[in-house]
Design a protein around this ligand. Structure first.
Ligand SMILES: [Zn+2]
Ligand SMILES: [Zn+2]
Length: 103
């Protein structure tokens, strides 16, 4: 298992994702924000890095139905728009942290 990384659904109807990192730092993201940053082959063209996903097609009330830890380095989410192929490395998520300390 991962060293203490915890993931919780927060927000009014689970539309936010809180990650508590192993160093105690907490990051809260909009589920939709993470979904739109998906780097999988369906969302981003591999060779050109061009975004294939049209963010307008991602529902505004998107939630993460479930998630899976990928080894010790990434999280895979099952989104309520039935997309689940994206893998989000901890490093990338941590860099996306919207809090004032990280920005
Ligand atoms: Zn994707
Ligand atoms: Zn932060």
């Amino acid at each position: 298992m991962t060293q203490g990384i915890r993931i919780e659904k927060v927000g009014v109807y689970g539309d936010k994702i809180l990650i508590r990192w192993d160093d105690g730092h907490e990051s809260t993201y909009g589920a939709r924000e993470i979904r739109i940053s998906c780097q999988c082959a369906e969302c981003v063209e591999e060779w050109s890095k061009r975004q294939l996903l049209d963010p307008a097609t991602v529902p505004s009330d998107l939630v993460a139905e479930d998630h899976l830890m990928i080894g010790n380095y990434a999280i895979q989410f099952l989104w309520s728009d039935a997309h689940y192929t994206g893998i989000f490395p901890f490093d990338t998520l941590r860099q996306m942290c919207p809090c004032s300390t990280c920005n």
